[in-house]
Ligand binder design. Structure first.
Ligand SMILES: Cc1cc2nc3c(=O)[nH]c(=O)nc-3n(C[C@H](O)[C@H](O)[C@H](O)COP(=O)(O)OP(=O)(O)OC[C@H]3O[C@@H](n4cnc5c(N)ncnc54)[C@H](O)[C@@H]3O)c2cc1C
Length: 387
């Protein structure tokens, strides 16, 4: 794929920042529990958050593909930091498309500048795969909505400044049609938050956000009432390709380090790189990672061209984290006993990419989406009949 001059220039800025500022401290940073705000603002000032967001809000109005190139560079240096770009592009585009102009202007410009973290509030304790089957209630009272319920497994649960919350405005039996989306500042009275003890990505953190009679102005609704799923969730094909690129990048970092290692490390009187039993598995990983990356780019190019890309996005959301996990696993093994140490980064990257085998939808859910794209609703009919 040939990049434009603008894409190359922006990617170079991201690469420099990632290799100089992110990579050297990414293991130390994982021992911290919050992402430094000054760091966010620095990324914002370099134009590295939400590059695809509209210029009128301070973005660059770049393509989805460009957003993918940037997130890939940053995830190479620190997978967890690149959650900022993921949520920035996803939540920023949802808000820019669906919020009223004043609300969009306030929050999208803060996201781009690195002054606000916007969470995504979809999952609830009863389950995330059946996302439309949610219970958090939004009751209309005059010019306000009153929110009651719990969102669980929310990234940045205790650090986000605001959250796009999917809530039920209709009856439970209405399924996806009774769901609306709201932009909710998390400083409002009645909001409480927790954090779980996670396997990885500690600077992001994850937990529950509770809403107890939280009142928000009615103009904080995004899109039409009851259209939260059909209108607002369109952004998720975008985030799936971005997530896959995060994972591809983490795997590429481990692969690059492993190639260097096998040139130096000797066994049986020769560098490991002379043994095809060592190099062939790495070559297979290189090929699978390269193929996955290209399918991500293809999905993003389809999005930029306004073409359907739901199947491609779901394919890479399944393949990206899985291929990355298998690749990093192979890299860890190639380092022998050194690989089995927390001094080396492979175990951290393994845990990080595994998180996104679950987050934003599991492999099974992605395969259901691809099957539905191929044969239509018959692929998911038994799920509806069970309800
Ligand atoms: C790192 C991380 C970050 C996250 N960040 C966010 C966030 O910011 N905001 C947010 O809203 N959510 C977030 N989540 C939640 C995530 O989206 C959900 O965990 C995910 O959608 C799966 O839902 P669940 O955990 O309830 O699993 P369940 O829905 O309970 O599923 C459990 C298992 O059953 C399988 N399964 C379910 N239904 C079927 C079926 N019909 N056929 C076959 N298999 C099936 C699933 O694949 C899974 O393996 C995050 C999760 C993680 C791990």
């Amino acid at each position: 794929m040939l990049l434009t001059e603008d894409q190359q220039a922006l990617r170079d800025v991201a690469r420099r920042f990632s290799r100089e500022k992110l990579l050297p401290r990414h293991q130390a940073r994982d021992k911290e529990s919050i992402i430094e705000r000054s760091f966010l603002r620095e990324m914002g000032s370099l134009g590295l958050i939400g590059v695809d967001l509209p210029e009128e809000y301070g973005g660059l109005g770049a393509s989805s593909l460009t957003a993918g190139l940037i997130i890939e560079e940053l995830a190479y240096g620190d997978f967890s930091v690149s959650y900022v770009q993921l949520l920035g592009s996803l939540m920023g585009s949802i808000i820019a498309r669906n919020a009223n102009p004043e609300l969009a202007s306030e929050w999208v410009s803060k996201i781009i500048a690195g002054e606000a973290i916007m969470g995504l509030g979809l999952t609830e304790p009863r389950g995330g795969s059946d996302a439309a089957n949610l219970l958090l209630k939004a009751r209309r009272e005059g010019d306000e909505y009153v929110l009651n319920g719990e969102k669980s497994s929310i990234s940045f649960s205790d650090q986000a400044d605001a959250m796009v919350v999917f809530a039920r405005t209709g009856k439970p039996e209405d399924g996806a049609r009774g769901v609306s989306a709201f932009l909710v500042p998390l400083t409002l009275p009645g909001v409480q938050r927790t954090r779980s003890s996670d396997v990885a990505s500690h600077i992001v953190g994850r937990g529950s956000v509770f809403f107890d009679d939280v009142r928000i102005p009615a103009d904080h609704r995004l899109g039409d009432e009851g259209k939260g799923f059909t209108q607002v969730m369109q952004g998720f094909d975008f985030s799936r390709a971005l997530i896959a690129l995060q994972c591809v990048a983490a795997a590429q970092a481990s692969l690059d380090e492993t190639w260097e290692y096998v040139k130096e490390r000797e066994a049986f009187g020769a560098p490991l790189a002379q043994y095809q039993g060592v190099t062939f598995p790495l070559v297979e990983c290189e090929a699978l990672i390269a193929a996955t990356r290209q399918l991500c780019y293809h999905a993003l190019e389809l999005r930029d061209a306004g073409q359907p890309h739901t199947a491609e996005a779901a394919m890479v959301k399944w393949m990206g984290p899985k291929t990355a996990f298998d690749t990093i696993h192979q890299c860890l093994l190639t380092f022998g006993h050194y690989g089995w140490s927390t001094d080396l980064p492979h175990q951290q990257r393994l845990r990080e990419v595994m998180g996104l085998e679950i987050g934003d939808g599991t492999a099974q859910v992605m395969k259901l989406i691809v099957a539905r794209e191929r044969v239509g609703r018959i692929a998911v009919q038994y799920l509806q009949e069970k309800k």
